[in-house]
Design a protein around this ligand. Sequence first.
Ligand SMILES: Cc1cc2nc3c(=O)[nH]c(=O)nc-3n(C[C@H](O)[C@H](O)[C@H](O)COP(=O)(O)OP(=O)(O)OC[C@H]3O[C@@H](n4cnc5c(N)ncnc54)[C@H](O)[C@@H]3O)c2cc1C
Length: 435
Amino acid sequence: MNGVAAFVHRDRLHRIASSFNGRTRGSEPRYRGSNPWEATNFLSSSYRPHRILMSKSVLIVGAGAAGLACSADIAREGISVIVLEARDRVGGRILTEHVPGLPVALELGAEFIHGKAPQIFGQMKQAGQEIVESKGDDWCREEGGLCACDFFEKVEQLLAKMKGFASPDRSFSDFLKQLPRGEGDEAIRLRALEYVSGFNAADPARISVCSLLKDMERQEEIAGDHTFRLRHGYSGLVTWQQQECARKGVDLRLAHAVERIDYRSDRVVVSGTSEEGKFGREADAVIVTVPVSLLDSEDKPSITFDPVLPTAKLDAIRGTAFGPVMRVSLIFEQPFWKEMKGTDGRSLSNMRFLFSHDQSFPTWWTTQPLESPVLVAWCVGAAATANRGVASGLYLASYFLGGLVGSFVLGQVFVRFGWPTCGTRSRRGCTAGMS
Ligand SMILES: Cc1cc2nc3c(=O)[nH]c(=O)nc-3n(C[C@H](O)[C@H](O)[C@H](O)COP(=O)(O)OP(=O)(O)OC[C@H]3O[C@@H](n4cnc5c(N)ncnc54)[C@H](O)[C@@H]3O)c2cc1C
């Protein structure tokens, strides 16, 4: 009586998964938003945790943070767990590089912990990993030059007005169109739009107001206005999770790409390709933790299900949008911005974020308060798909201007150009990373 229904654990595991997926929001089927939290709630609505707990054997597909967390928790109950991961490494969209001579960890994927997420804080405390709050000054690039940002409060006030526009639900763009215009609020509307598309990595025309409101509520619960990072890199979390799995006897199979899942009420057969050729595994239940964009049967899914997934699950998958993001990590010889001054004469020495209206890379950040010569450029959506040329130009400009540490780093950086963030075989719509 087990079967396939579980995508992620409804309670504990689910919260872990969603705390990672938390950057991309919005899941009303109508708007094809991008809120994995909502989608997984919906997906797992037919899932009963006791089904998994009654199993003797469980297969987990994907060894990202969600898959690993899930595996350790299930194995802790004495259940036999095998994890099948397509790549030759764990971590999925979490990937930290340690560049010789660089005083900070270089993230190629996830970097920030948004709020005091208990799942991450709890695990990292146990692992003895130091969590550092991201603190510093935020600067804005306006026409007149660099100035201190003064829009946060006003953007918050504007976002709070979404409460009056949640029923019926609508897209964020529609909300802005329908919101009565006040004098001089054009600049704030633009910042709000940039915030939603930049921070939430979402298309304002698709992300739903309800999902943004839920997101804001959850952020409040965990002090979401505070941002943190792991001093030695996000991979510290994954390494600890992997060690936990090993301690609990989880069997981790890397380079095992799952292609097909045949499920019946009492048995599951998972098959795919590994370096040794085709493989097949049987278990009482399977939990799939790959990005949902890889499961959409409308678009040749990476994994085929037999029988096809129930309509409700497919609707949820299709109602969950994943968008491209691009991050470019530039390593300079010196943090040159520390010598710069804003229009008010203040030094940029503590710069944390820099927001511009630039179409290519509107958001920039430093590793403040950790001292380093690293500057990250970030863009989302269509710009991220179109910006590969701009990004490589940025690298080269920095290099020839004597910015980058050397050709070693440049080489490393280009090795990572456009690394596939979803899995080994597909880059489809999966917050594409470039670092
Ligand atoms: C550039 C970038 C920056 C980000 N920044 C942040 C941030 O600052 N803060 C934040 O909270 N989040 C951030 N995110 C999002 C965060 O990285 C993800 O939400 C999180 O890592 C997702 O974890 P997961 O385990 O759910 O999925 P994944 O990490 O995607 O793991 C899924 C795993 O499944 C494997 N897989 C795929 N297909 C198959 C298959 N057919 N068979 C077997 N295995 C398969 C994949 O190889 C992968 O290892 C960022 C993402 C990117 C790309």
